[in-house]
Design a binder for this molecule. Structure first.
Ligand code: BDR
Ligand code: CA
Length: 312
């Protein structure tokens, strides 16, 4: 299986990314690292632990990371994810404490201990931990297999007209992660806005007749309300799970090579991910962006993962 570390800030869609990573046999989740984003570090760390309990997988370690961005003040998304960061469900009490060792240390130790080209870093929150890891131990950059980021977009933003939330919260960290020489796949809003949890999807999940399925439905009910109110959506887009789907089956999340940069100075464009589509990408281009999502294929995977976790 593909060995990954998931760096996240759960977050309704982060929780679904966790379910997919834990419930699909082609992915081995080595650990979860957390970062302040959707809510404070304390809250998202506890949320990650609760989701592991719901999935029956508290064998996976949770390493808390950075509570604030490199330069800017933290901005949480309570409008979208609520006071807890995972509003809409009862969160079970963690059954295992969070680890003492910091997220950044865990990322570095794991990558250095594994053979070169084996560990994939998946980030579904602000990029603070990944940026710190790359700066603290530059050797990891040559050793990771790939970095997959939910963030940005080549056409639209959501927090500003052109900036997506994860990039907007810590654009300096994003700039570091995008400028490093590791292969990077940006799974941005272009694709994640297609990952809508429709009524039909909910019916499929309800048919699993499981506590985890009910948990998913509770999460999506809250997420739908806030996405209707604040983003003008009918159904909520489950952004973060698209990163895992891409790793499981690149036919479900198609990509295209294109050089990317993060805007740090524009008066109206801070946090924008700029994609240069003017000519075919150079052969040594290390960046790619997700361009298409197979909606039915994607949700089929999620439902299967929930089924698998519920049977264990
Ligand atoms: C991203 O922002 C967060 O609110 C979500 O969890 C997702 O990672 C979408 O812009
Ligand atoms: Ca997230």
């Amino acid at each position: 299986p593909r060995q990954i570390i998931l760096d996240c800030d759960p977050g309704h869609d982060d929780a679904v990314a966790m379910m997919l990573a834990l419930g699909n046999p082609t992915i081995e989740l080595l650990g979860i690292t957390t970062v302040g984003g959707n809510q404070t570090l304390e809250k998202v760390t506890r949320n990650a632990q609760s989701v592991l309990v719901m999935c029956g997988r508290d064998d996976v370690p949770v390493h808390p990371g950075s509570g604030r961005p490199l330069v800017r003040r933290i901005e949480v998304a309570d409008d979208i994810h609520g006071e807890s960061g995972l509003d809409g469900v009862d969160l079970p009490t963690p059954t295992r404490p969070a680890e003492d060792s910091h997220a950044v240390a865990f990322i570095i130790d794991t990558v250095l201990a594994a053979p070169t080209g084996t560990i994939t870093l998946v980030a579904t929150g602000p990029l603070t931990n990944l940026a710190l890891a790359a700066r603290l131990e530059p050797r990891i950059v040559e050793r990771v297999r790939e970095v997959v980021v939910m963030g940005g977009g080549y056409h639209v933003g959501n927090w500003t007209p052109v900036a997506e939330f994860n990039i907007w919260v810590d654009p300096e960290a994003a700039a570091i992660v995008f400028v490093e020489t590791w292969p990077l796949t940006m799974v941005g809003l272009d694709v994640t806005h297609q990952a809508l949890a429709t009524a039909e999807v909910e019916e499929q999940v309800r048919a699993t007749d499981s506590p985890l399925g009910e948990f998913f439905i509770g999460l999506m009910a809250f997420f739908r309300t806030t996405y209707r109110e604040h983003q003008g959506f009918t159904d909520p887009p489950v952004h973060d799970a698209c990163t895992i789907a891409y790793l499981i089956d690149p036919a479900i999340v198609q990509t295209r090579k294109v050089p990317l940069t993060v805007e740090l100075r524009g008066e109206h464009t801070v946090g924008m991910t700029v994609a240069d589509f003017r000519s075919p990408a150079a052969a040594d281009c290390r960046h790619q962006v997700a361009t298409h999502l197979d909606h039915a294929g994607f949700w089929g995977m999620v439902v299967e993962a929930i089924t698998t976790l519920s049977a264990e």
